[in-house]
Write a protein that binds this ligand. Structure first.
Ligand SMILES: [Zn+2]
Length: 301
């Protein structure tokens, strides 16, 4: 597990030079999940790819420093740079390559709130950290509200917005013919998720988003999570169950008048902690997110 990738994303103060290969960065591992549809694992959010006669369509682009390795991996799938990049949300480990790819001719597409958040400094109370606004050339040039469809490579690739979930600008993507879903950070596979309350996220919003994806999935759907390995409908259902159970336990403790210290001491999700706690979202951080979510008011969904 790459330590602190999202902390790095939130802290990314300056665009990182990407003209040279950076040997300190992990290699890109590509895996085909369906004919013409691939996932690229590297550093940051998992990248989804459609590659075929109409060119390359990319979902997310990790960090700026990864662009050369991503481009190298894509060159094995298709000769041209991506025509389109769809950002699943604004976080820097999913949008960090925007500027580099835009310079190669890619059209960057995202939800309205992605451009809005990337256009201004963003303060995270959770990390007590400010992410500066992105350079103009990194911003999405096409934005949408409810959803967007791309008709490419024999498929209909649908991005669907879900309100107030991981952030307030999330989309998940459905490849209708290939039967693949890319969840963005609505799903962290095999580990506790980060839910960015400071960016308009909410626990119930993530659960509602997962329910929408479950309704679209069948037993052969391949599901690319924002982080972690490709999963399936059963994995998605188990993740939903964990979210509902873990947040429900913390809400009960809040209802009983427990303080955050008492909730942490009670270890209400000890049965999940061993398997799902990791260096970025530890058991304690996850409990703090659930506690804050249960005690603070939320934007109306
Ligand atoms: Zn994220």
């Amino acid at each position: 597990m790459k330590a602190g990738f999202l902390i790095a994303a939130l802290a990314a103060a300056t665009p990182i030079a990407s003209s040279a290969q950076d040997a300190t960065q992990p290699e890109i591992r590509a895996e085909q999940v369906a004919p013409g549809v691939h996932v690229l694992y590297g550093s940051g959010g998992n990248i989804g790819v459609s590659a075929g006669p109409d060119g390359v369509f990319l979902i997310d682009d990790q960090y700026a420093v990864m662009t050369p390795k991503i481009s190298e991996a894509l060159a094995k799938l298709a000769p041209e740079p991506p025509r389109f990049v769809l950002n699943t949300h604004w976080h820097g480990d999913h949008t960090g390559g925007n500027e580099n790819l835009a310079a190669k001719g890619s059209l960057i597409v995202a939800h309205d709130n992605v451009r809005r958040r990337m256009s201004a400094d963003q303060f995270s109370r959770f990390f007590d950290r400010t992410t500066p606004a992105s350079p103009g050339k990194a911003l999405p040039v096409v934005t949408f509200n409810d959803g967007v469809s791309f008709f490419l490579n024999g498929d209909e690739i649908r991005g669907a917005h879900v309100a107030h979930a991981h952030t307030d600008g999330d989309v998940f993507i459905q490849f209708r013919s290939a039967n693949v879903l890319h969840t963005g950070d609505l799903v962290f596979a095999g580990r506790y998720p980060f839910i960015d309350l400071d960016s308009g996220g909410s626990v119930d919003g993530v659960i509602a988003a997962v329910d929408r994806m479950l309704a679209l999935a069948d037993d052969s759907t391949r599901i690319i999570p924002g982080h972690g390995d490709v999963t399936d409908k059963a994995g998605l259902a188990a993740y939903r169950e964990m979210l509902a159970t873990a947040s429900g336990r913390v809400r009960e403790l809040v209802k009983a008048g427990k303080s955050i210290e008492e909730v942490l001491a009670a270890q209400p999700n000890a049965d999940y902690d061993e398997r799902l706690s990791w260096d970025f979202i530890t058991s304690e951080r996850f409990a703090r997110i659930l506690y804050r979510d249960a005690t603070e008011s939320h934007p109306v969904r």
